[in-house]
Design a protein around this ligand. Structure first.
Ligand SMILES: O=C(O)c1ccccc1N[C@@H]1O[C@H](COP(=O)(O)O)[C@@H](O)[C@H]1O
Length: 214
């Protein structure tokens, strides 16, 4: 069975980079969304990205970002991928791919069968899909809420591009989530924290260990 790739999102401290690297994760995510407890400035993200060892892909998470913000982030922060976690249309995904020349991962929130066609639409234009739980109505954050969705909804479904499973994953439930969905990549943020926005090295290690044990 091929290795399952892990993304740890919402890093904001030097120690987080070390913990994620030690855990053998494939992706490190930086959140550019002021309402998030994981928000980082461009200056902070640049410093963290420069500390990130080769082999750990650096992902910038943005929410409905305009070109000015994306210009600033991509000018200042060495990146390997952009994660679009807002209401970006398929056309906007294409525009961003063309403008920045970086792979784009589009997050799609899932709560019911009705949400699944969007994965097919974005699967035609994005480089990767992030299949996440749909945020509750009125939530401040479009992701990072520690909520899982009903994994049976995507059991056996496949898309033409690589995809990651996200939403409420933890060291305790990630093995079951992978078993039920067939995911080959998993993304976690709040499930490896000791408090909102504070990453916990022991939980990061336990998450990676749980994935290795699958
Ligand atoms: O983490 C955040 O604060 C965040 C803010 C805005 C959009 C997305 C965000 N996080 C992403 O949401 C999913 C699931 O997170 P969780 O594991 O349920 O906490 C993940 O992709 C995060 O990168």
């Amino acid at each position: 069975m091929p290795d399952i790739r892990v993304k740890i999102c919402g890093l904001s401290a030097e120690a987080d980079i070390q913990a994620v690297s030690d855990a053998g994760a494939a992706y490190a995510g930086f959140v550019f969304f002021p309402k998030s407890p994981r928000n980082v400035t461009v200056t902070q993200a640049r410093a963290l990205a420069l500390l990130t060892p080769p082999g750990l892909a650096k992902v910038a998470l943005v929410v409905n970002a305009d070109d000015a913000l994306l210009d600033e982030i991509t000018d200042q922060v060495p990146l390997d991928m952009l994660q679009l976690h807002g209401r970006e249309t398929p056309e906007r995904v294409q525009e961003i791919r063309a403008r920045y020349g970086l792979p784009v991962m589009k997050a799609v929130g899932v709560a019911s069968e009705e949400d699944l066609p969007a994965l097919d639409s974005y699967g035609r234009v994005a480089d990767q899909l992030l299949v996440d739980a749909k945020p509750p109505k009125g939530a401040d954050l479009p992701g990072g809420n520690g909520l899982a969705f009903d994994w049976r909804l995507i059991a056996g479904r496949r898309w033409p591009v690589p995809w990651m499973l996200a939403g409420g994953l933890t060291p305790e439930n990630v093995a079951l989530a992978v078993q039920m969905t067939g995911a080959r990549q998993v993304d976690v943020s709040s499930g490896v924290e000791s408090a909102p926005g504070v990453k916990d090295a022991a939980k990061i290690s336990a998450f990676a260990e749980a994935v290795r044990g699958i």
